[in-house]
Design a binder for this molecule. Structure first.
Ligand code: TRP
Length: 418
């Protein structure tokens, strides 16, 4: 049976290839070819899977409008584990996307029990980090966003408790506010299309967030008034839930449309996408949303410095952006590596960078130069580069990064407001 993904669990044990097979997530490799100038997370296959990313890749290539949105639960200080998703958002904005960030204070309050004040304090830190990395666009707090709350309510009309228990394992003991926070996240993902126009939307997330993406895509379909299908010989437009007059309005938009009770057939010569775009316009004219299915990218997780997962409950597993220098040193120098038991063995057999938290830290964030990274990998495997030296060099890079990052954070701190 397919393993369930629980986005709120602290120990998601996930094999990305199995998830691709079990849940119908698409592997990223084929769509990767469309991107000419690939950032680190694409060219090094850190982004491993996606849903519907072709629409976004095409928008990038054709310089058409698209949106990028992700969310952060402000339930603790931001740390290195958040850096990937932040970089993905910023990169998409640089490619022409309109940027949005949800500060998921309602989720933090409902699921983690944080006070609103604490949410605001942590949210501020996330916002500084995002601006320091070059974010521009809209950052909002869920609880202060009325349009979002209305959209969440509308989305909630399309989901029932048996679906929530099938997707998230919710039971009779689950608080209603937890379920409401799910509809908030669905609304987050659709929000850019509500306020900035219907367009492909990419949601960069860790693979643990896929249940939310699946649910949102289901709800997006459920919110549609019509179903457009390519039947080979013709295009069929079928009413799902449309008000009086909407079907006539659709029929008027096409020559040669044959209208029946509850559906229209169009002769060949149109693509389903073209027809769907017109139908979505009519939906909006009749008070609907006409949203496009949102897309997502899934990145693999940066391994913790102690070998397992990065987790705020294991303080030495990760570096916080605000860690004092001595803690950064202790964590990096004490990290679990892919080195051997003894120096002799390491010289003879070489290290194992695939298993090494320090190598992975370089691969994700600390070494953007592919030649340098390949050199490091080769020297490690050949038994020429010892862990002590490698850690020292990495610590230097981490310190430089943190120094610049903190300077930038100070410079942008004034931009943070609700
Ligand atoms: N649930 C996400 C988390 O646990 C945060 C989040 C809220 C989010 N809204 C979102 C992520 C919208 C992506 C898109 O971190």
């Amino acid at each position: 049976m397919a393993e369930q993904i629980n986005p709120w669990s602290s120990t998601p044990k996930m094999d990305i290839n199995r998830l691709i097979a079990d849940f119908g997530i698409e592997p990223f490799a084929p769509v990767k070819e469309k991107i000419a100038d690939q950032p680190v997370f694409i060219r090094r296959d850190i982004v491993a899977g996606h849903r519907g990313y072709d629409a976004v890749a095409d928008a990038i290539v054709q310089k058409k409008p698209f949106h990028v949105l992700t969310g952060f639960m402000p339930s603790g200080h931001p740390h290195f584990g958040h850096l990937m998703v932040m970089k993905e958002v910023v990169w998409h904005i640089q490619q022409g996307g309109k940027g949005f960030i949800s500060m998921a204070d309602r989720e933090a309050h409902a699921v983690r029990g944080l006070s609103w004040d604490a949410c605001d304090r942590y949210a501020r830190e996330y916002m500084e980090c995002l601006y320091a990395l070059g974010f521009s666009g809209e950052i909002y707090s869920q609880r202060r966003n009325n349009a979002l709350k209305d959209l969440a309510f509308e989305a909630a009309t399309k989901v029932n408790f048996s679906e929530l228990s099938a997707i998230y394992g919710f039971g009779p003991e689950t608080e209603l506010a937890h379920a409401v926070s799910v509809s908030m996240q669905v609304a987050d993902i659709l929000y850019p299309q509500l306020v900035a126009g219907v367009a492909p939307t990419v949601v960069p997330v860790g693979i643990d967030q896929d249940p939310h993406i699946r649910l949102t895509r289901d709800i997006t379909n459920a919110l549609r008034m019509f179903l457009v299908e390519d039947r080979g010989t013709h295009i069929s437009i079928r009413v799902k839930n449309a008000p009086e007059g909407a079907l006539d309005a659709v029929a008027k938009r096409f020559c040669g449309a044959k209208k029946y009770e509850g559906h229209i057939d169009l002769p060949a010569g149109h693509t389903a996408d073209e027809v769907d775009a017109v139908v979505r316009e009519v939906e909006r004219a009749f008070g609907g949303f006409g949203f496009l299915l949102p897309s997502a990218t899934y990145h693999s997780f940066l391994q913790g410095l102690q070998g397992g997962k990065m987790s705020s409950s294991v303080p030495d597993s990760l570096v916080w952006f605000d860690d004092p220098d001595k803690d950064v040193k202790k964590k990096i120098m004490g990290a679990l590596t892919g080195g051997r038991q003894t120096l002799e063995e390491q010289k003879k057999l070489g290290g194992e960078p695939e298993k090494c938290s320090i190598y992975q830290l370089n691969r994700f964030h600390m070494q953007d130069d592919d030649k340098e990274l390949a050199g490091m990998c080769r020297a490690c495997k050949a038994g020429e580069l010892m862990c002590g030296t490698c850690k020292k060099e990495t610590l230097e890079r981490v310190r430089n990064f943190l120094r610049e990052f903190r300077e930038k954070r100070d410079e942008v701190a004034h931009m943070v407001e609700w």
